[in-house]
Design a protein around this ligand. Structure first.
Ligand SMILES: NC(=O)c1ccc[n+]([C@@H]2O[C@H](COP(=O)([O-])OP(=O)(O)OC[C@H]3O[C@@H](n4cnc5c(N)ncnc54)[C@H](O)[C@@H]3O)[C@@H](O)[C@H]2O)c1
Length: 396
């Protein structure tokens, strides 16, 4: 059996579900070989938890390890491109969590400015695309693969949708999707300088990535080339900064977003005239709302990633189910709930890592790679420009 040795960069939320899901990979042996984090003690704690033999104090030390085949980047967005460049320069294949990158204000003269409030949309768009191109060029120069961690592409519900639509054969006319919940846990997510954008980038990238993927596949089957996004109209808002919300004594939603939006919606028009309507937000109670519906000319398919009714439960008191996990980000275990028997599986994480490991072991292209990663950045930042300027923006 082929063996792939992984070096994890990051030891937080995403690194945890990656470490769990590497254990589920079959047909290739995976060794979690090394880890590094923002603080050496975090890396050591993570290494103990997952029996990883080499906790490193720095990214440079990790990428210098000659044993590592694949560097898996699970760190805040503003650090993605530098980590990809370092890994590629050391000759390692690179997996990167979504989004590939964003805009971080590197070209804005005031280092203390709240860049989400002041930088024009056009400048942000140029900056974000330049970041994406740097990452992609670094991997191409080094002859290594860039594996884009968009788990929605791999989610069993989306892959079933793809197969049904392929058999149906009718053109996809309209796609509608959403990823929303009650707010992110991460501090970096609250600032444009570290998140690179707000909800549209951080959450919208998921349903958008799936929509762009499905239109790519449709185009490749029908005409031998992907159907690409052509233009965008978008709106963003800061709903947790509205006077009505701020007046309330109790908040069930997370707050404290500094200069990023906490809600966004975008309409993407593709070059064949079809559309995708994508919504993302931090202002949705009741657990994660992750779904995608496609309307083709002769079929309708919905993937309910979360919630779904694989299992439903009722409890009159929140304490009745004790510490048994229900599903991500619900506020209470009381009342009717949708307990997830295997949330990683339904979300597509094991399938994504299976693909990444196979790409390294067998030298093949990923289902989710750099073209999709770049298109997501292009559409999101055309969306930011559209929302700021109040007009349709064409994708270059
Ligand atoms: N696919 C998904 O569903 C999903 C879910 C959550 C997060 N993510 C993505 O994963 C990435 C990380 O998010 P998270 O929620 O795990 O954040 P987190 O705050 O939970 O963890 C971030 C980790 O990065 C480490 N880190 C910070 N600076 C570092 C550096 N210079 N070198 C090495 N490590 C460093 C921190 O020590 C921490 O362990 C983001 O890009 C996010 O968009 C994806």
């Amino acid at each position: 059996m082929k063996k792939v040795r992984v070096g994890l960069v990051g030891a937080g939320f995403a690194a945890h579900f990656h470490a769990h899901c590497y254990r589920r990979v079959s047909s290739v042996e995976v060794e979690l070989h090394a880890v590094t984090a923002g603080h050496p003690e975090h890396a050591r704690r993570f290494a103990d938890e997952f029996q990883i033999p080499h906790p490193y104090d720095s990214l440079d030390a990790l990428v210098a390890d000659p044993e590592i085949d694949l560097v898996d980047v699970c760190i805040p967005n503003h650090l993605h491109v530098a980590a990809i460049e370092a890994a590629a320069a050391a000759g390692k294949h690179v997996a990167v969590e979504k989004p590939l990158t964003g805009y971080f204000g590197d070209d804005w003269p005031d280092p203390n400015a709240r860049i989400g409030d002041v930088v024009p949309g056009e400048q942000m768009r140029r900056g974000a695309l330049a970041n994406a191109d740097r990452a992609i060029a670094a991997c191409q120069r080094a002859g290594v693969r860039l594996l884009y961690g968009e788990n929605w592409v791999y989610a069993p519900g989306i892959q079933k949708m793809r197969r049904l639509l392929e058999k149906a054969g009718g053109p996809i006319l309209r796609i509608e999707g959403e990823e929303s919940h009650s707010g992110s846990h991460a501090t970096y997510y609250r600032h444009w300088r570290t998140a690179g954008g707000g909800s549209l980038l951080g959450k919208g990238c998921h349903p958008l990535g799936a929509a762009l993927y499905l239109k790519r596949v449709e185009g490749e089957i029908r005409g031998g080339k992907p159907i690409r996004p052509r233009s965008v109209v978008a709106e963003t808002a800061r709903l947790t900064k509205t006077a009505g919300f701020e007046r309330e004594a109790v908040h069930y939603l997370k707050t404290g977003y500094e200069d990023v939006e906490d809600w966004a919606t975008i309409v993407v028009t593709f070059e064949d005239g079809s559309v995708a309507q994508i919504t993302a937000g931090e202002t949705t109670l009741g657990g994660i709302r992750n779904y995608l519906t496609t309307w083709a000319s002769n079929a309708v398919v919905t993937a309910n990633i979360n919630p779904n009714n694989l299992c439903t439960a009722y409890a009159p008191e929140a304490t009745i189910f004790g510490d048994e996990y229900i599903t991500e980000k619900i506020e209470t275990k009381a009342g009717w709930t949708f307990p997830a028997p295997d949330e990683d599986w339904v979300t597509g994480y094991p399938h994504e890592l299976q693909d990444f490991v196979e790409c390294v072991a067998f030298d093949r292209e990923p289902v989710s790679g750099n073209a999709l990663a770049r298109d997501v950045v292009a559409v999101v930042f055309a969306g930011y420009q559209s929302a700021r300027e109040g007009r349709r923006v064409m994708i270059d």
